[in-house]
Design a protein around this ligand. Structure first.
Ligand SMILES: [Zn+2]
Length: 436
């Protein structure tokens, strides 16, 4: 089967991206481009290919009209993996006749190959889309997308290419029981939190630890961390969360259904329930997580400085400046030593617009047992760069995944079942074929 072989070939190219571009083995990325050219000759004959920064791939499939185009995106870089604790090695692409194993099968080469397979089969059937369809394939999504998606977005902006909507990776189809509803849930990301990392610096007196001052640099930092963790940013019922909750209401009964149908009214009650679980709590407010600390050079030397890094995810309605106001209000003296990453929250895509309705319609065809609903993506995707070049951006990965399968993304033992892979191809084929 060609499709499976293509996915196996894609997995075997270890396109691991690193935050420091000098650590990345770019020859494998070049091979990946060559592999696509060799595997999909018809696509390369019928579509235009534009390379941005050598490795970001933009395909344009010319349509019948000059109406606003549509774009599907995916990325082909992956996070690192070692052989340890994998049933089959992460870059083997092993096919055990039910599953294809390897890093990237779910995140996100499976999607990229499925898009190519779908387009290839439509081209073989002489299908011409009603307007242009673009594919944009990033190569550094896992490390922030600065060289790939960000530059592709700039290219679209500079060339006046504006999309009616974009479909990127994102929410999957999962069992509804975790949210206490019977049907499967197909969750479509309509917004992303802003992902930020800052290094905070605290100063203290240098000297011998036998004559310490009342508080050292480390003590000041510890007090800060302690206070920040005890005073999280305030929870809010965002429009996105409201859209998710009202979409759930029809599958609940009694008092619960009534509360969910009126989320603003029952906001304190709903918030209280959602804040109990760390996954749902993250949808309700900005989060601040301390991820690194550094201080000291000797066991009996007072450090002059202490630093800590916080990863701050900003929810819609909050801003980076607002979070800093909150931090300052806690009354600690700190300096910002490094702005490692700064991103405000994305715009919220329209839940009633063409792209959402189309995505839902194709979900209903391919996953008839699932209820489609919007949600806030807590993680990040390349599409956060595309707000400026598209009316709307939706984030959905057409796979039915169990909780343990979701855990393999960026973890150990990532695989895609044949069933999911073929569903994904079917989804993208229908998605491009059923356009009006
Ligand atoms: Zn991804």
């Amino acid at each position: 089967m060609d499709a499976i072989k293509h996915l196996q070939d894609a997995i075997r190219l270890a396109t691991v991206s690193h935050s420091d571009p000098y650590e990345t083995d770019w020859s494998v990325f070049r091979e990946f481009g060559e592999f696509l050219t060799a595997s999909y000759p018809l696509i390369h004959e019928k579509m235009e290919l534009k390379l941005i920064n050598d490795f970001a791939l933009i395909y344009r499939w010319p349509g019948l009209s000059k109406e606003k185009p549509l774009m599907l995106t995916a990325h082909y870089d992956v996070v690192a993996a070692t052989d340890e604790d994998w049933e089959y090695p992460p870059f083997s692409g092993h096919d055990d006749s039910e599953r294809i194993w390897g890093r990237g099968t779910l995140d996100d080469k499976g999607s990229l190959i499925a898009i190519m397979e779908a387009a290839n089969s439509l081209l073989e059937a002489d299908y011409v889309p009603p307007y242009d369809i673009y594919f944009a394939f990033g190569f550094d999504e896992e490390v922030g997308g600065e060289l790939g998606a960000k530059e592709m977005a700039r290219y679209f902006l500079e060339n006046g290419i504006h999309f009616r909507y974009i479909l990127d990776e994102g929410g999957a189809v999962t069992d509804g029981k975790s949210l206490g509803v019977e049907p499967d849930l197909a969750v479509i990301g309509i917004a992303e939190k802003g992902n930020n990392s800052f290094r905070f610096l605290f100063r203290g007196d240098e000297g011998h630890s036998s004559m310490p001052p009342q508080s050292t640099a480390i003590g000041k930092m510890a007090a800060f961390i302690h206070d920040v963790e005890r005073n999280p940013p305030k929870a809010r019922m965002t429009d996105t969360l409201e859209a998710t909750i009202t979409a759930l209401a029809p599958y609940k009964s009694g008092v619960e259904a009534f509360a969910l149908r009126n989320p603003k009214l029952f906001s304190p009650l709903i918030s209280k329930i959602l804040l109990k679980n760390k996954q749902t709590a993250a949808m309700l407010r900005s989060t601040i997580a301390f991820t690194m600390t550094e201080a000291g050079t000797g066991h009996n030397v007072l450090p002059r400085t202490a630093t800590c890094v916080a990863n701050i995810r900003i929810v819609q309605g909050d801003t980076v400046a607002g979070i800093f106001d909150h931090l300052k209000s806690l009354g600690h003296e700190f300096e910002i030593a490094d702005e490692i990453m700064v991103n405000e929250a994305t715009a919220i895509s329209d839940v009633n617009a063409e792209g959402m309705l189309h995505t839902k319609e194709i979900i209903a065809r391919v996953f008839p047992d699932a209820v489609a609903m919007p949600y806030l993506m807590v993680g990040g995707t390349d599409s956060r760069f595309y707000d400026q070049v598209s009316d709307n951006v939706y984030r959905f990965l057409p796979n039915k995944l169990s909780g343990s399968e979701l855990d393999t993304v960026h973890g150990r033992g990532e695989y895609i079942s044949h069933e999911n892979f073929f569903k994904m191809i079917e989804f993208y084929r229908e998605f491009m074929f059923q356009l009006k």
